[in-house]
Structure formats: C-alpha cells, structure tokens
Design a protein around this ligand. Structure first.
Ligand code: ATP
Length: 516
C-alpha cells in the first residue's frame, strides 16, 4: 500500500468510526473545515490534556489562561498581522483557479528535485554496489544543472517576496513556464497580496471602526495579559503562560485533510525570560517538546528538527519539529525565540508600560520571549496516521482474516475499557453493568452487548480501545473476567478486583507523563 493510499484509507476510517466529519456535510461540506465526532472529540480532549498537564503541572512556573478569540483591532497592528500576514495570490484566467504564487514555484522546484532523484536511481542501477550517491550528486552535470536552477529560482522567489516585488514573482512564474495544473495554460493574472485574517464586524453598526478579526494565533492573548498574570500571580522571571484555543486563517491552499484547516486549534506557551538568557531556554524547550512527542511512542526517528536559516526579523532563533506524515516530513510544532518584539510593539501601540521589575537586579525591562506553538489538529493527525494499522491474521483453523487496529497510546485512546457480557441473559448484562458502574468514575468505559464477541473486538480495535473484558458464567462464580489486550490480542483471566490497578498502570495520563 502506498502512503497515498494509506492516507485515503485513514480519512475514510476517520469518518466511518466517528473521529472526523467534513463540516456541514449535508450541504456538501465547507472547504478545509472539519467537525470532530464522538471518538474524535475524546481523542482530541486527551491530547489537549496531555499537552496541558505536561506544560503546566510538570512546570511549576507555567500557568494557563483562556483569552477571548476577539481582541482589540490594534492587537493585530502591533503583532504585525495587519501589515504582513499575507500570501501572494495568483489566478489562472482559464481555469479560474486561485493559487499561492510561492507554492507554484515550490511545487515546480519539487518536480526538479524528483528529476534529480530519478537520475540518482538510474545511476544506482547502472553502477550497482560501487555507487557513491554523494559523489554522484556533487559531480553529475545534469544533476548540478537541475540543482542550480532550483537554487536560483528559490533565491529569486524569496528575495522578491521579502522585498514585496510581486511583479518579479509573476515574471519568475512565466520564465519557469509554470502551467495551471487544471487548464494546462500559462494565462496568469498579476500576483497580489492577500491577508489571511478573517474580518468581521463587532456590534450592530457596520462601519470601519467596528472591524475586528478572528485571531490567527492564540499567542497575542498571552502577550496582552502577561502583566496581569505576572502581577496577580506574583510570578518571577522566568515564568510562562500556556493557552489552548481556536485560531482562524483564510488559507488559500487548504489540503491534506486536517493538516491545513481554516479553523483550527493551537496549543501555545510563551515563556518570559531575562534578556540574554533566551538561548538556554530555547534549547531547553526544544528538547522538552521533542521528548513530549517521543513519549507517545511513534518512533524517535520519525521526528526531526528543521532549523530556520532565514529568520523572521523579530526572531533570533527558530526551529520546527517535523514529523514523518504519510505525505512526507512536515511541521507539527514551532519553537521560536522572539526577543522583545511582541511586548515591545504592544507597549508602543498601547502606550502602556509592559516592563518587568526584576527584584534581583533592581532593574526594569521588557522581557524576552521563547515560545512553543503546536497545532492540536495536526497532532491529532500525527497520532492517527501513526496508529492506523491493517493486519493480516491467521485464525486457529488456518484461515485468514484481517483487522484494522488503531495503536493509539492507551492514555490517549477515546475509550479505555470495553465491557462485554458474553450473552444477553443469565444475569451477565447486570454483572457487566456493575463492573462498568464501578470503573466509569476513573476511566472512559463502554458497554456493548450486540453481535458476537469477535465483532465487538473488531469494533473496538478500530477505535483503539486498549482493553476489552468479557463477563461470562464463571464471572458469577469466582469474580474473574477475560481481559483482552488490543495490540497483542492476548487474553487472560483476571480478578475483577484487579482491574482498577491494572488500568491505572496502563492507561492513566500519569503513566504517559512519567515517560517524558
Ligand atoms: P505552516 O508553515 O504549516 O503554515 P506556520 O509556520 O504558519 O505553519 P505557526 O504560525 O508557527 O505555523 O503555527 C504553529 C502551529 O500551528 C503549526 O506548527 C501547526 O501545527 C499549526 N497550524 C498552523 N496553521 C495551521 C492550519 N492552517 N491548520 C492546522 N494547523 C495549523
């Protein structure tokens, strides 16, 4: 199965098992907007809690807030979003399709990259064991020519974008002879800037003064509240503020399911530090955040850091944590050292002092900020795409079967324990219900009595339930049940009285937090 096929199956699975639905589907959906179903919302809540507890409970100097989505419009002037949260747009006049001009050039560069890789593969076949790939890439004239074209095009694109020379971006697209993938023509409009913030009106009077934005990131709610928290919590530097909430971006190229959405959720933390100490905190948070990811158990080699070589003007260091999604290594989280850019700008724009009085040095200054910013929906996709597994099984009689199992870390699974009575009679449903009633205060449990036990196992494999127990006639005699493990499918007989401690050890959030 190719990665593309796997991804398609995952999307279908998400819908079939109540994880993710297209938004307003009965009206044919809304592009790049999704709803979470009955299992999706549980998984999402669990990921959110895993992040929240790891950031706040494991760090005494980090506290949370929940700021409003609407903020004073000047916030977005100070943050730079009004001036610079733009994408360069271009339309094809024949297909009437709209593209991001930079993405067109980047896709072109990817095609050249593919050509290089083909040359490499051809040469590998030709030279066999003696093939030296690095040497080939450095010396083969055709590869060098492709590479030179890629480098020069991307360099031209970046400098034209940085300096706002949109006519040059269009000229580059024409020179590279990029055609619209739909119409196949090169009949392009001019490139123009498009601000990705959603604008709406506050109050009943529709004039410009009431224009307001849906926040494109949660961070600004933290910056404008930093002194409130510092003073009321009597926080000393370094201290951090964490927040989870919705963000909205009018993405032009929305694709790859919930990877790029127009309404999504971010989990952000800004830590306020003494100027000059930011690098040590930047390094700490890079490592901590990576450990948080790796603790989920999807393989350390599926993650990598991508260091930003070209830094935004306000940052003095920035890295992404990239994960190997079915469509390649992509950003899931950013760790940025943002200097005093945000607080400094808010201080200027609001006219309010946002300085911290440092009791140790006796000085007042605007703190520096290191932030970690991760997409909740993107993490959800990371978990599901790694957990999704199709398995061929050989049954006792030699025949084969298959199952789809979601190997979600038990602490994050939507349902922790499924409780089945073997039959719908002889007092078994009542006995099963009694076990449920005892455990439901501590764990998400689900009771099921429909269909054969085998079918019930399959249904719970498909939503990632780590444990199923079956209540049978023996249970009534000796208070034991059969517990079945999701990953190994092994079954064992255990006393009902041991279930709570067994589950606590395996599925509690604490057990996952300890692994960070
Ligand atoms: P990208 O380059 O993918 O657009 P970004 O660099 O603009 O992302 P940030 O502004 O740093 O992203 O946002 C932090 C995190 O928020 C990202 O790492 C990602 O996980 C998440 N995120 C950003 N945009 C979206 C989106 N449109 N849909 C879902 N998640 C998003």
């Amino acid at each position: 199965m190719t990665q593309e096929e796997l991804f398609k199956k995952l999307i279908a699975h998400c819908k079939e098992y109540g994880f993710v639905f297209p938004s307003s589907e009965i009206y044919d959906g809304l592009s790049a907007v999704y709803d979470y179903g009955q299992n999706g919302v549980e998984l999402k809540n669990n990921i959110r809690r895993y992040w929240w507890e790891a950031m706040t409970r494991l760090h005494q100097n980090i506290v949370g807030i929940d700021a409003a989505i609407f903020m004073h419009p000047k916030t977005w002037v100070a943050s730079g979003h009004v001036g610079a949260f733009n994408d360069p747009l271009i339309d094809n006049r024949d297909s009437k399709k709209r593209y991001r001009a930079d993405v067109l050039v980047e896709d072109w560069a990817q095609k050249q990259e593919d050509k290089i890789n083909k040359e490499v593969e051809k040469a590998r076949k030709r030279f066999g064991d003696s093939f030296d790939e690095a040497m080939f890439r450095q010396t083969n004239p055709r590869v060098l020519e492709y590479q030179q074209r890629i480098d020069s095009a991307l360099q031209r694109l970046n400098s034209a974008l940085a300096e706002g020379r949109l006519a040059d971006v269009k000229q580059l697209i024409e020179e590279l002879e990029i055609a619209c993938p739909i119409s196949g023509t090169k009949n392009w409009t001019d490139v123009r800037q498009f601000n990705r913030m959603f604008e709406t009106k506050l109050g009943s009077v529709s004039d410009d003064a009431n224009s307001i934005y849906l926040r494109p990131e949660t961070a600004q709610g933290i910056f404008v509240n930093y002194l409130n928290v510092q003073k009321t919590g009597r926080m000393k530097l370094p201290f951090g503020i964490a927040q989870v909430g919705k963000a909205f971006r009018n993405e032009i190229v929305a694709r790859q399911f919930i990877f790029r959405m127009r309404e999504f959720e971010q989990m952000e933390m800004q830590v306020f530090v003494r100027p000059g100490e930011e690098m040590q905190w930047y390094e700490y948070w890079k490592q901590f955040r990576l450990r948080w990811h790796v603790a989920m158990g999807f393989g350390a080699d599926n993650y990598r850091f991508h260091k930003h070589e070209k830094l935004a003007h306000y940052a003095n260091a920035a890295s992404d944590i990239e994960f190997r999604f079915p469509f390649g290594f992509k950003e899931v989280e950013g760790i940025h050292s943002r200097t005093d850019f945000d607080l400094g700008n808010h201080q200027r724009e609001s006219g309010r002092k946002l300085q911290y009085f440092d009791p140790d040095s006796g000085q007042s200054y605007v703190p520096y900020v290191v932030e970690t910013s991760i997409g909740l929906d993107r993490t959800f996709l990371l978990v599901l795409s790694s957990a999704y597994c199709e398995e061929q099984l050989t049954k006792d009689d030699g025949s084969t079967d298959e199952r789809v199992v979601l190997r979600i870390p038990p602490a994050l699974a939507p349902v922790k324990l499924a409780v089945f009575p073997l039959l719908k009679k002889d007092g078994l449903p009542e006995a099963a219900q009694k076990i449920m009633d005892e455990l439901k205060f501590d764990f998400a449990c689900q009771y099921e009595e429909k269909d054969s036990i085998g079918k019930r196992y399959r249904r719970h494999d498909a939503i990632g339930t780590p444990f199923c127990i079956t209540v049978d006639h023996q249970t009534l005699e000796d208070q034991t049940v059969t517990i079945r493990h999701r990953d190994t499918m092994a079954q064992e007989r255990v006393p009902v009285s041991s279930l709570r401690s067994l589950l606590t050890e395996k599925v509690s959030l604490a057990s996952l937090l300890r692994q960070i």
